[in-house]
Design a protein around this ligand. Structure first.
Ligand code: ADP
Ligand code: MG
Length: 476
């Protein structure tokens, strides 16, 4: 069919110097349903506004049917936008709201009436012509807003979180209706949402964004099944994410076991491993690749959500079969359900619970973390920790992330000297240093350590970590 819109190397820097969109490249096929998906503030609206013409790119070009439209004003573009807030005129009735733009264009009355009627049919609100806006429900108002946009017969309809103000049930209904409107109209939809489920149900193509950059572009299936990086995996669907390391040809080590996988990544590479909850199979302990204890089991209507603790790892599983808390189970993951992505991080992250005396559970309070600096607004009063609203903080409900950069850890053969001890389970030469994976004694965690000296596999070593190099943060 060809591309109706192409964005080439689009960058948007605002006056204050903030770069909201960075080197954005996208091809939108004519007649398709494309969705920009990403957390709040990632640049979705800014990109949409540039397509609509309300904002101009700082760099790059926008092509419409092959022609640069970067300098074309909004009303000269065959594009209409539907916003989250309906932006209807409350003092006008339905027909006058929808006909507003056509009247400005001074179209003949007859033609206006015909077009409005057709638009109302498409949004399934025939007979609502004379109704007052205030008498309509949120969903109906949003349909009027859509009718007002499509009455101009645009080639492209931009929709910026159009269902965001609706309740869940209405939103689900409208998702299906929007999809069928798209089919009926045959025009291109560019849709913006931060709701991954919405994006997965409606789109032909999803553009996952974070911090102004495209993370991945693909069909819903691509994005869900083959996330390109940890951000996408984390953002789309529920997933278990583990730190892993490649330990051979299509072998990856995580959760204390070497799994066979299908990703061909160089031996020794640190990876983020993603396993979907529905891809973990529960079996008898003796048949599992790893074993663990059921921590919780919750009925979710279509399935049970079961949490299993295996060493320090927490694994979430969706299954139709119930397990009981306390039960010992074996877990299996098939090779093609293990998704390995080269880790971009150079920081070890360790999760720790907080004890009732406010010390960190990890290393039994040996690490000194100041909770008032970690938790925004937190203060100690008479030895009790309160939040910014003067409510006592229940520390059993929070987790602290301990972050240590790979190069801040030093290895020593004097075991007493180290904050932690462990065994080298993997090493790789990285040009100017070695990168080691050390399995920490008594804790089911692997730390990556960069060191210039050569150590051997299986060496038992101490890890020196200067306290000032340890950063603490609150787990989301
Ligand atoms: P999204 O729609 O994905 O939530 P936006 O595109 O609205 O995100 O905004 C992206 C980022 O750009 C945000 O950090 C926002 O604060 C910033 N931003 C938006 N508009 C402006 C502006 N006019 N000036 C400066 N920064 C802006
Ligand atoms: Mg927005």
């Amino acid at each position: 069919m060809g591309n109706i819109i192409e964005l080439k190397n689009i960058t948007k820097t605002f006056k204050d110097g903030f770069e909201a969109v960075k080197d954005f490249n996208l091809e939108v096929e004519k007649g398709s349903f494309v969705t920009f998906l990403g957390p709040s503030g990632c640049g979705k609206t800014t990109t949409l506004r540039m397509i609509a013409g309300f904002d101009t790119p700082t760099e790059g070009e926008i092509l419409l049917n092959g022609k640069d439209i970067s300098k074309l004003p909004p009303n000269k573009r065959p594009i209409n936008t539907v916003f989250q807030r309906y932006a209807l005129f409350p003092h006008l009735n339905v027909i006058d709201n929808i006909a507003f733009g056509l009247k400005l264009k001074k179209l003949p009355k007859d033609e206006i009436r015909k077009k409005v009627k057709k638009a109302l049919e498409i949004v399934d609100l025939e007979g609502f012509e004379k109704r007052k806006i205030q008498t309509l429900s949120g969903g109906q108002q949003q349909r009027i807003a859509i009718a007002r946009a499509i009455v101009n017969e645009p080639e492209i309809l931009l929709l910026d979180e159009p269902l965001g103000a609706l309740d869940l049930k209405m939103r689900k209904e409208m998702q299906l209706e929007l999809k069928s409107m798209h089919d009926k109209l045959g025009i291109t939809f560019i849709y913006v949402t931060h709701d991954q489920e919405e994006a997965l149900t409606m789109s032909d193509k999803i553009v996952v964004m974070n911090e102004g950059k495209i993370q991945q572009t693909g069909t819903p299936e691509d994005i869900y099944n083959e996330p390109k990086n940890a951000f996408v995996a984390d953002f789309i669907g529920d997933s278990n994410m583990f730190n892993g390391v490649m330990t051979g040809d299509r072998k990856v080590r995580f959760c204390g076991h070497e799994f066979v996988c299908v990703d061909d990544i160089e031996n020794g590479t640190m990876v983020d491993v993603v396993v979907r909850p529905e891809d973990v199979i529960i079996t008898e302990p003796s048949k599992g690749l790893i074993t663990g204890t059921v921590d919780s089991a919750m009925f979710k209507g279509m399935h049970y959500e079961i949490t299993v603790l295996s060493g320090k790892n927490e694994i979430v599983i969706q299954t139709t079969k119930r397990s009981e808390p306390g039960e010992e189970v074996g877990l299996i993951v098939e090779p093609d359900n293990i998704h390995c992505m080269i880790a971009e991080h150079t920081i070890n992250k360790i999760e720790s619970a907080v004890n009732s005396d406010y010390s960190l559970d990890f290393l039994d309070g040996e690490l000194k973390a100041d909770l008032t600096e970690i938790i925004p607004g937190a203060v100690f009063k008479d030895g009790v920790l309160y939040n910014a609203h003067s409510e006592e903080i229940d520390v059993s409900k929070i987790k602290i992330i301990i972050s240590i950069t790979h190069s801040d850890i030093e290895m020593t053969d004097n075991l007493d000297e180290g904050l932690l001890t462990g065994r080298i389970i993997n090493l790789i030469y990285k040009g100017d240093h070695y990168s080691y994976v050390v399995r920490v004694d008594d804790h089911e965690i692997d730390l990556v350590v960069n060191d210039e000296d050569l150590w051997n596999m299986d060496d038992h070593i101490g890890l020196i970590i200067p306290p000032e190099c340890i950063k603490y943060s609150l787990k989301k």
